[in-house]
Write a new protein. Structure first.
Length: 390
């Protein structure tokens, strides 16, 4: 890991510097709304479905079911029927229950990893936003050099999520278009450095330089250090999810049991379903193999699959927010910007008119309440009189 820099400066990329293009994941975009929308069109959608991935093995299972049906139904070759193989729907129920539990555990375990990755990325987003606020608002540069250091620290905050994304995708180096321009003021990541040092964990190196910067400002060093510690913890958590797969013994046993179940399924249903054994086996294979493939696809959510986490969008959002903070006007420059809209100390508000309006609103409310109580008493007395006369 490189030594922390003493002066963090930012500047334009030197002319002629070429950064590597970023490989972005192609995702299916969901419209997040608070209202229910029709989703029946998703039944025919194949772009993000796992059905194409399981079609070939499902057709293989179906071919096997076809042979079983032929050798059981066709008179000239129905030797399976003469063998008198045991068949019972009870066996399907027992094995189906066991397979269902295995598949549910597989998918739940994989989704827990997917959701854990999303939660940690949310922490990264919050801590980057929080640290950017501390650096940009609390630090008051007293010289041009300190202003450059401040901008350099903000650039490192933009670089951190991008460096983390590339590390999770096992994309070594720093010469990526979304990373290199923001770390070029660090010696080990300059525009003339074409290969990073072996074994260098760029996200942690970025955090070391950020810690070196915030140590110069004791007044806000504690909250800033806490934010940096949270970012370091996020790196560890994401690496834990990335490098801890589901035990091979479980996945192998699940696949082997699933294949045995699907291969034995035609023997159990051919007597009752006859030729319908073929389509029933096909759809059963598509469903059960699809569930297993879903678990394998989402257990590592940091890649380029369409169902992986949209890490590119996360990094773009963080970079946009930090850039927006850097270009925003200083709120302390306008003392009237912090006055509440209805504050009596605001000269733009006629306090006397506001008091009269408030008093009139209160009187109208009291009058409506009294009128409502009067009508309620009259209605009650009328009902009592009618009951007495009856």
């Amino acid at each position: 890991m490189s030594q922390p820099v003493q002066v963090v400066v930012s500047g334009a990329t030197p002319t002629g510097t070429q950064w590597d293009p970023v490989r972005r994941a192609v995702r299916f975009r969901h419209n997040v709304k608070n209202t229910n929308t029709e989703t029946w069109s998703d039944v025919l959608r194949l772009s993000n479905s796992v059905m194409p991935n399981v079609l070939v093995p499902a057709l293989g299972i179906t071919a096997w079911a076809t042979l079983v049906a032929i050798f059981h139904i066709v008179k000239d070759v129905n030797f399976l029927k003469t063998l008198g193989l045991p068949n019972s729907m009870i066996l399907i129920s027992v094995l189906g229950t066991a397979m269902g539990l295995l598949l549910v555990f597989r998918v739940n375990t994989a989704y827990d990893r997917f959701w854990e990755g999303r939660k940690v990325w949310s922490i990264v987003h919050f801590q980057c936003r929080n640290l950017a606020r501390l650096i940009w608002v609390y630090v008051k540069p007293k010289s041009v050099e300190e202003a450059q250091q401040q901008k350099g620290a903000m650039n490192l905050l933009i670089a951190f999520p991008a460096a983390l994304k590339h590390a999770l995708r096992e994309e070594p180096g720093h010469r990526w278009a979304d990373l290199g321009p923001y770390v070029q003021h660090i010696k080990d990541f300059g525009p003339d450095v074409h290969r990073s040092k072996p074994g260098l964990i760029i996200p942690l190196d970025v955090l070391v330089h950020l810690q070196s910067y915030v140590n110069r400002y004791p007044s806000y060093q504690v909250p800033a250090s806490n934010a940096i510690a949270a970012l370091a913890d996020s790196v560890s958590n994401l690496q834990r999810v990335r490098t801890t797969p589901i035990p091979a013994a479980y996945t192998l046993h699940l696949k082997q049991t699933l294949v045995v179940y699907l291969l034995s399924l035609p023997f159990q249903i051919v007597v009752q379903l006859q030729w319908f054994t073929i389509p029933v086996t096909f759809f059963s294979a598509m469903i059960m193999l699809g569930i297993e493939v879903i678990g394998g696809e989402i257990e590592n959510p940091f890649g380029f699959d369409k169902n992986d986490l949209p890490q590119d969008e996360y990094c773009d959002a963080i970079a946009h927010e930090i850039s927006q903070i850097m270009t925003a006007d200083d709120p302390s420059a306008d003392p009237y910007g912090w006055i509440q809209p209805f504050s009596l100390n605001n000269n733009k508000v006629d306090s006397q008119s506001l008091k009269l309006h408030t008093q009139a609103a209160l009187e109208a409310s009291v009058q409506r309440k009294e009128t409502g109580q009067h009508h309620w008493v009259e209605s009650l007395m009328g009902k009592i009189v009618s009951v007495a006369h009856s």
